[in-house]
Design a protein around this ligand. Structure first.
Ligand code: TGC
Ligand code: FAD
Length: 392
């Protein structure tokens, strides 16, 4: 891969809207990505290997559970700082941001929000440092957009719960020590359980052959009569609102992360267009190239503003599920469009691993599907503005 010459676009001087602490956090993450992700990510993606050696470094960076209070090992940061970290990680690669999103928003957050004090003390510090990695099991082979119809279930056997079922498309599953699993009790109520690697009957086969998020490990969670200790049930989560509440956190991080991927594609396309000569001129001098680049920076700037405002609303505890949905949907689609246009500007070089474009583009095909598909988020907005649900 070419040397990472990334320069972040800031067309509307948005840096003036962040605090000096937020800028420091953002720049630390930016420098870390340049030093530790850019040199290795292309090979990791080509080889379809998650670079596990970065886990302790991500922990030290504070990428796992940035908003969790320090008494549990988290960073105690505000949501804008959290978003900026996700932006920088996804600038490096969506798979790296995914790993951090799952750990922080989908594993640490539910333990913090729904867990007992013992569960928090046992799991959160180790997850924050990366000593343990976690995964989040909601999706099943037959239930993706409709998680409320899940089949995975458990029975109360007196001294333990007996868990049966299967989850599919689970990020971090192949190596996670801890799985936050959503399953139905005997009354059909959705509850959350913490399942640990090593419990008899629990396996995590890896999903191979992905053309997307190749530097992130994805797998299944299979529960065959797994005896889960009673103390591993979340005492404070009941119904679909438990897992959906976690998704709001992760979707928020994705809205920021997608901006990072878009910025990387734009930055690369701008530089390439200034350096690539055709018809005796840089291709940046052609109107059609300028149209592409101008539209890219316009859309990136709008998405940056959306994130900044959403971050402030979240810091004030006022960001709604629907506002998060709108930002996730808009920003991921924006990033994917920009990746495709950037690929055009790079010509044939755009399909190679010498540039990050194709990797971002393929990654974003997962990002536009997971955490609620593009169309599901449209329907969430549609339901909110019309008052009528179009899901069923
Ligand atoms: P619905 O009837 O609308 O809601 C059921 C209950 O949940 C409440 N609720 C929420 N609560 C908290 N946060 C939210 N975002 C919530 N959305 C809804 C709702 O108020 C209700 O509560 P109650 O108490 O009245 O029961 O549910 P529905 O079955 O009609 O489904 C609605 C729909 C389609 C929007 C929802 O199910 C959905 O979001 N589907 C998409 C599924 C999804 O996003 N899956 C993601 C899996 S995890 C993942 O992809 C990780 S990728 C990680 C990575 O690598 O980065
Ligand atoms: P489906 O729900 O089958 O949808 C297929 C198509 O039908 C989509 O276009 C969808 O928009 C459309 N559709 C569905 N319902 C409607 C409707 N009512 N109206 C209109 N259109 C509709 N899940 C986890 O639980 N944990 C994870 O860690 C995780 N990681 C993932 C990592 C990767 C790389 C990927 C690709 C997925 C991951 N997922 C994870 C699963 C992800 O959340 C689901 O793929 C997603 O929710 C969509 O479900 P589905 O793939 O079953 O698609």
């Amino acid at each position: 891969m070419h040397k990472d010459r990334f320069t972040a676009p800031d067309y509307y001087q948005l840096d003036e809207l962040f605090t000096s602490e937020q800028i420091l956090i953002r720049n630390t993450a930016r420098d870390w990505v340049k030093a530790h992700i850019s040199p290795i990510i292309e090979k990791a993606a080509q080889d379809a290997v998650f670079p596990k050696h970065i886990i302790p470094e991500l922990g030290k960076l504070g990428a796992f559970g940035p908003t969790i209070p320090p008494e549990y090992g988290g960073g105690g940061l505000d949501y804008t700082s959290y978003g900026l970290i996700m932006q920088e990680l996804e600038r490096g690669d969506s798979g790296i941001r995914s790993t951090a999103s799952v750990q922080g928003s989908l594993v640490m957050f539910p333990i913090y929000k729904y867990g007992s004090e013992e569960q928090k003390r046992k799991y959160l510090p180790k997850l924050a440092s990366g000593e343990w990695m976690g995964c989040f099991g909601l999706t099943e082979p037959d239930y993706g957009s409709d998680p409320g119809s899940m089949k995975t279930h458990f029975e109360d056997k007196g001294s333990y719960y007996l868990l049966n079922g299967a989850k599919m498309w689970i990020s971090n599953a192949p190596f996670a020590e801890v799985a936050v699993v959503w399953a139905k009790d005997e009354n059909g109520k959705i509850k959350g359980l913490i399942v640990e690697r090593g419990m008899e009957g629990f396996t995590t086969p890896e999903t191979h052959g992905k053309w997307s998020l190749r530097a992130s490990a994805t797998g299944e969670l299979v529960f065959d009569n797994v005896k889960v200790p009673k103390e591993n049930l979340f005492p404070n989560a009941s119904g679909l609102r438990g897992p959906l509440g976690c998704l709001d956190q992760a979707r928020y991080g994705i809205a920021w992360g997608a901006v990072g991927a878009a910025m990387d594609c734009y930055d690369s396309a701008l530089r390439y267009s200034q350096e690539r000569i055709q018809f005796s001129k840089p291709i940046a001098s052609f109107q059609l190239t300028q149209k592409k680049l101008s539209e890219m920076i316009t859309e990136i700037t709008k998405a940056q503003l959306l994130c900044w405002r959403l971050g402030n609303l979240k810091n004030e505890g006022r960001a709604s599920t629907q506002q998060v949905s709108l930002a996730k949907r808009n920003n991921v689609a924006m990033a994917l469009d920009i990746a495709r246009e950037a690929r055009q500007i790079h010509g044939a070089m755009g399909i190679t691993g010498d540039y990050p474009i194709m990797r971002h583009m393929m990654n974003l095909e997962s990002v536009i599907t997971y955490e609620g598909t593009h169309d599901i988020h449209l329907l969430i907005t549609g339901e909110h503005i019309t008052g009528v649900s179009a899901f069923r």
